[in-house]
Design a protein around this ligand. Structure first.
Ligand SMILES: *Cc1c(COP(=O)(O)O)cnc(C)c1O
Length: 415
């Protein structure tokens, strides 16, 4: 019924949309960057605001007819300020990567130097990977995760900053299970007289709810995605002190983007409003409890976790010792067959390749949205272990697939 209008004109797309809805209902979304936005957010994102050009910012647009566009953008900004306590917020970036582009364009020149965590250690493409615009425009050096502890080597960060003399230090990660010490990163940036951008893409929701320390007020710039632990639909956000407000706003528009995606800005406003409700704090706390329960049970099954556990929404398992004959890719593929959708991931001290690495990354934000508790997460961990312990065993796969289906049936995504 949801796609009745699409169905009237386009069976092929309607089939794909309905197929995706069923896929999300019948599988466990454990990709750590994913979540399920509410139907209210989906409705706002599917609104007629997709038709509206609103280049500029509330109150000073380049087009007429922006009164409702102004309303949703102001609501999104005010709610974001309340959630994260930032002075200035820009809600127009199309994605987390675009938010990072906005910050770089605000204060860096091509050829300037960025110091960030290596992608294979848990960084992000937009932190300066060679294949990304950031790697092409800027000179990039990396700090590392200590392979022994699985944690950021803050001493290495300090030393590398002193040697490399960066213009910007980037913190915030895609596959890091531990709380980040923002002050320690800031100290390294200060010593090098560099800007500090904290990219909280993965942990926006945890930071908003106080489940992870906040870099707001420490780092010069805080960027994020709005579709990960905060369930506000696909997009990006930039937060900064008032002193950088104009530079950031003009770097996003007209610097990096044209018209904002006002339907997605409306989604952000609705999702941020939801996150201001008391239930959201309970949700975020449960996300972390669930990740801890998942990790502890996997450890009972013999899995080795990078850093020995988690403080966040994700666990990173290094299969090299527990399952030397199983690559991350093998595990990802086998788990996908039973309806557990997660991703292969590099681990610190990676000895395989980025295309078929040694680890798997599993997150709890989406399952927690479906109402999974710590008991359910232990069942999920048991399912993961049975599959990874029995790669290629069709009988085991069938049994686990039935258990996964039962978990899904008990916890519908959308009623
Ligand atoms: C997910 C992520 C981003 C942004 O991703 P988009 O897909 O562009 O929204 C940026 N930084 C980090 C660390 C991330 O994990």
């Amino acid at each position: 019924m949801r796609y009745d209008k699409v169905r009237e004109v386009d069976d092929a797309v309607a089939d794909a949309l309905e197929g995706e809805d069923e896929r999300q209902e019948d599988t466990l979304a454990m990709i750590a960057s994913e979540n399920h936005a509410s139907e209210a957010v989906l409705q706002a994102q599917g609104s007629a605001l997709t038709n509206k050009y609103a280049e500029g910012y509330p109150g000073s647009r380049y087009y007429a007819g922006c009164e409702y566009a102004d309303d949703v953008e102001e609501l999104a900004i005010e709610r974001a300020k309340e959630l994260w306590g930032a002075d200035h917020v820009n809600v127009q970036p199309h994605s987390g990567s675009s938010a990072n582009m906005g910050v770089y364009f605000a204060v860096l020149e091509p050829g300037d130097k960025i110091l960030s965590l290596d992608l294979t250690h848990g960084g992000h493409l937009s932190h300066g990977h060679a294949a990304n615009f950031a790697g092409k425009l800027y000179e990039v050096e990396h700090y590392e995760i200590d392979p022994e502890t699985g944690r950021i080597d803050y001493d290495d960060l300090q030393e590398t900053a002193a040697e490399f003399d960066p213009d910007m230090v980037v913190s915030g990660f895609s596959a890091y299970p531990r709380a980040v010490d923002w002050e320690a990163v800031q100290a390294a940036a200060d010593a090098a007289d560099a800007y500090h951008m904290a990219d909280i893409a993965h942990i926006t929701g945890l930071v908003a709810a106080g489940e992870h320390p906040s870099p707001v007020g420490i780092a010069d710039f805080v960027t994020g995605s709005t579709h990960k632990t905060i369930r506000a639909g696909r997009g990006g956000i930039i937060m900064c002190d008032e002193e950088y407000a104009d530079a950031v706003d003009s770097a996003v528009f007209p610097g990096a983007q044209g018209g904002p995606l006002m339907h997605n800005v409306a989604g952000k406003a609705v999702g941020f409003g939801e996150a201001l409700q008391p239930e959201f704090a309970e949700y975020a706390a449960q996300v972390v409890q669930n990740a801890k329960a998942l990790g502890a049970r996997l450890q009972e099954h013999g899995f080795s976790l990078v850093s020995g556990g988690t403080d966040t929404h994700l666990v990173l398992a290094d299969l090299r010792e527990s399952h030397p004959d199983v690559s991350g890719g093998d595990a990802e593929e086998a788990l996908d067959e039973v309806g557990i959708v997660l991703n292969a991931n590099t681990v610190p001290g990676e000895t395989r390749s980025a295309f078929d690495p040694s680890g798997i990354r599993a997150g709890t934000p989406a399952l927690t949205t479906r109402g999974f508790d710590t008991d359910d997460m232990e069942t999920v961990a048991d399912c993961i272990a049975r599959v990874v312990d029995n790669i290629g065993d069709a009988e085991v796969y069938a049994e686990v697939a039935a258990d996964v289906q039962e978990l899904c049936d008990d916890h519908p995504v959308y009623d």
